[in-house]
Ligand binder design. Structure first.
Ligand code: SAM
Ligand code: DTB
Ligand code: SF4
Length: 330
């Protein structure tokens, strides 16, 4: 059934041709590949929690949590483990199978805060959920410690192309990002890596980012595609709203390039109708973040998403499905 080969040697020209395919034809092609590789009635349900909010030293132009911009977020230090576990339990009860903890850090430091995060990872893992973290840059040793504590996945986005990166972030490099991804992969942790549409980048930049992702030694296990959430006080607050069709095009191209990955329709759902989201699922998205907040910005409520799943006949993907499939095959 899986007659489309997973390729790691895509050229920019090939990706450009796919990306520029007339939209309905592109969606049909992506939907066909989606059916060959994925259980299309299933959508992975993940929930985010910002365990340390704001006060970040970086200058990511999109981010409300950078200390240098004046935004309305509620800044707080690292949460207590028990409080975090309460949120995780609530998310599990609402049908979520992956819990992702985000911290507004440039990088992880080997200190008591990191020890507390390791404890949180253990606790969430014991709840039977896939645990994910997004904590900024990691060394190989830190990635191993997280893996030993039970971390399932690590999110670290490339955000845009190497060429455009410097327009958005000046306090770290693209190579820093790639190095962390390498450290995560070496520790045997599932890699979650994607980007943002709407930062003022060109189509060429989007194509180049997808080229970097789809030619990594192993494709990321999940690829979040975020629409820029424009936050007052950030340098990108006045960017135009991302065209819905650009999201569909990006999702469809991602699905065709990386047929085995979970493609996550991430930031931006709060501004989309159910019909628009349905089109993203048709084009190959099969994962979402649920819960009233992403990290600091609004997201549809659990109830709204439940209604959407009912309407579209979707069901939540079970936790640890890939691992179970591998175990059964052995
Ligand atoms: N500090 C860590 C880091 O940068 O890797 C982890 C948290 S950071 C907020 C995680 C990701 O959220 C960013 O890489 C970016 O892709 C996404 N993000 C942040 N603000 C966003 C916004 N306003 N709109 C869309 N995506 C955003
Ligand atoms: C990802 O790609 N998107 C999520 C998650 N990974 C960490 C974050 C979106 C953040 C949107 C802005 C906010 O809520 O602060
Ligand atoms: Fe800090 Fe991450 Fe926000 Fe950049 S994206 S400012 S590193 S929290």
């Amino acid at each position: 059934m899986q007659d489309v080969q997973i390729r790691h040697d895509w050229t920019i020209e090939e990706i450009k041709a796919i990306y520029n395919t007339p939209l309905l034809e592109l969606m049909y092609r992506a939907a066909t590949i989606h059916r060959q590789y994925q259980a299309t009635a299933e959508v992975q349900v993940c929930t985010l929690l910002s365990i340390k909010t704001g006060g970040c030293s970086e200058d990511c132009a999109y981010c409300p949590q950078a200390a240098r911009y004046h935004t309305d977020i509620k800044v707080h230090g690292l949460m207590k483990k028990d409080e975090v576990l309460d949120y995780a339990r609530k998310a599990r009860e609402a049908g979520s199978t992956r819990f992702c903890m985000g911290a507004a850090w440039r990088e992880v430091r080997d200190n008591r805060d990191f020890d507390r995060v390791l404890d949180m990872v253990k606790g969430v893992n014991e709840l039977g959920m896939e645990v994910c973290c997004t904590l900024g840059m990691l060394t190989e040793d830190q990635a191993k410690k997280l893996a030993d504590a039970g971390l399932y996945a690590y999110n670290h986005n490339l955000d845009t192309s190497d060429e455009y990166y410097g327009e958005i972030i000046t306090t770290r490099t693209y190579d820093d990002r790639l190095k962390t991804l390498d450290n995560v992969r070496k520790a045997g942790v599932s890699v979650c890596c994607g980007g943002i549409v709407g930062l003022g980048e060109s189509h060429e930049d989007r194509i180049k980012m997808l080229h970097t992702l789809s030619t990594l030694p192993k494709h990321p296990d999940s690829v979040p595609i975020n629409a820029l959430t424009r936050v007052k006080g950030t340098p990108l607050e006045h960017m135009p709203k991302v065209e819905f069709w650009d999201m569909v095009r990006m999702i469809a191209t991602t699905r065709i390039l990386m047929p085995g990955a979970m493609v996550r329709l991430s930031a931006g759902r709060a501004e989309m109708s159910i019909s628009e989201q349905a089109m993203c699922f048709m084009a190959g998205a099969n994962s979402i973040f649920t819960g009233e907040k992403l990290l600091t910005t609004d997201n549809p409520s659990f109830e709204q998403d439940h209604m959407m799943f009912e309407l579209l006949g979707l069901k939540a993907r079970e936790a640890f499905k890939d691992e179970k499939a591998t175990a059964e095959a052995c």
